[in-house]
Design a protein around this ligand. Structure first.
Ligand SMILES: [Zn+2]
Length: 119
């Protein structure tokens, strides 16, 4: 009887471990697919940014230094110079209050908020 209980407990633990391993394998596969998709998107964005920069540089005559200054300005829009652009809200151009990124008009004074591309 005692052996049967031990067998039952061991088999149950093995089943749980096998299920955990299966879940981990599935999660790893999903994470790998997500990473691959993100790498493809970054590659396409890099290509588009490079092409846009070369057009602007060649047709408008901007310099690398002006591009770097602009990148630094945009980087600071979220309040942190960290090489990333992660706005938490958008400041109203009329009253300076912060608004949710989803809003098109200021919730305080109803002024039109900058479009997402300028945030
Ligand atoms: Zn406002």
């Amino acid at each position: 009887m005692e052996d049967q209980i031990i067998d039952y407990v061991l088999h149950r633990k093995i089943r749980v471990a096998a299920n955990d391993a299966s879940d981990a394998k599935r999660d790893a596969r999903r994470a790998g697919a997500t990473l691959e998709e993100l790498e493809e998107r970054v590659g396409r964005l890099t290509l588009a940014c490079t092409a846009m920069w070369e057009l602007i540089r060649d047709r408008v005559g901007l310099t690398e230094e002006e591009l770097v200054e602009s990148i630094e300005r945009v980087d600071l829009r979220d309040g942190v110079a960290d090489g990333k652009h992660k706005p938490k809200g958008v400041a109203c151009p009329a009253c300076s209050r912060m608004n949710n990124l989803r809003h098109k008009k200021c919730m305080y004074c109803e002024a039109v908020l900058p479009p997402p591309s300028l945030r």
